[in-house]
Design a protein around this ligand. Sequence first.
Ligand SMILES: [Cu+2]
Length: 504
Amino acid sequence: MRRVLMGLLIVVVFSVAVSYWLIFVRATNGGLAFDNKLLIPEQLFGTVVDGRRQFHLTVDEGSREFLPGKQTPTAGVNGPYLGPTVRLRRGEDVDLIVRNNLDEMTTMHWHGAHVPARMDGTPHQKIQPGETWTVSFEVHQQAAPLWYHPHPHGTTGRHSYQGIAGFMWIDDDNSEALDLPKTYGVDDIPLVIQDRLFDDDGAFVFAINQGAVYGDTMLINGTWSPFLQVESRRIRLRLLNGSNARIYYIGFDDNRAFHQIATDGGFLETPLQTNRVTLAPGERAEILIDFSDGAEAVLKSYPEAELLDTIGSFFVGLGNGHLELLKIVPQPAKRASHALPERLNTISRIKASDAAKTRPMVLGGPLQGGGPAGPGVGPPINGKIMDMERIDEVVRLGDTEIWEVSNPGGQAHPFHIHLVQFQILDRNGQRPTGAELGWKDTVLVPAGDTVRIIMPFDRYADPEVPYMYHCHIMEHEDAGMMGQFLVVEDPQKLGNVTKNLQHK
Ligand SMILES: [Cu+2]
């Protein structure tokens, strides 16, 4: 008996030690000097050719010194790491000309963009080494902080981890009329938040741990230990969680209040006062912070994660650390501060009764047919692992649908749908509040939660080329936590759609 108790004690002590390590060592980066000036990605406005705005994006390998004295092999877009902020305007016809200079196939997906399936950059729109892929579409969605990243099936995580990603911001009449900070890099700041693991030589370590890739070193716009000088007035930060798997719970070290003004798909109706923003991989948020008091503050990620289940997140180290991201250093202001707008946008709520259909989306859980999930086989969606040759869902063009996304498993999954921006109808039966009233393309679904989302499918039928829905933990997605849907004019008329899917 005593021996058993002793054994139990050892197990308990060991578990506590491991948890301590996960939480306080692995996921904490305190003591940064913040002596590197934050890099700001170039902006790309393109050139107008025959009435179309053309952008050239070249994906290539490179190298960059992140840590002092160490060169890290990387990949990026029009540069060694990350890519330019592509600036689009609603109403314009655009061409994005993507060249792949890697020595392997990749794709480029416009995350959050409302584009035809053939232009979406999914695993089906392969760009072979040395090839160029031209994407053409009309921008007709509202102002929003979108982004782009590779989406080749099985290697999305690795390509993104190397550094291939960038912002794609849309402006419209509303965003131009609003009295908001808009001077890029001065009071309107892009922030791509990523965790990375480095080896002793400075190379990125792409190691799957707890089913995904986590790092202990934070890079902001590809800058380690960064500082940013701003004027002592109201500043706008556009946040992107560009990490493969880590969820952040973002605030300031002095707990100051700020205002969230936008979510994934556009502006909220009114500024939302808060002191935390939860950002899962793929999610974006825009916030306004008032620095008129002249006090420095460190943007950080807190251990609390109110949406995460405590036990699950405890053991995978999600959001459990105190992660310092960026020190913001106010300087004397050269102009007056922007007032806080009273109103930002109008969001008409879509009614549940408008939906033609409710589709269940079960994240995780057992595989259909009882097959074992194993190494390289990610959590399934509706019991199925991604198959490039299989269409999982067919949506009728013009329909509004409810997707009921439930997570019976043990860990949080950020669920992303291509093509659409959706509204959250309810979470565990409760009406949304705060930032969950905004337009979203990615929603965090913690273990045990059921989130009902609603969206119109009002454009871009294609009977042959599917869109994707998937978990945005990139290693889950690469291991098959993804499905394919078609949007068609008449689901009854659909023939054998799985033929030739590979080459569309
Ligand atoms: Cu997942």
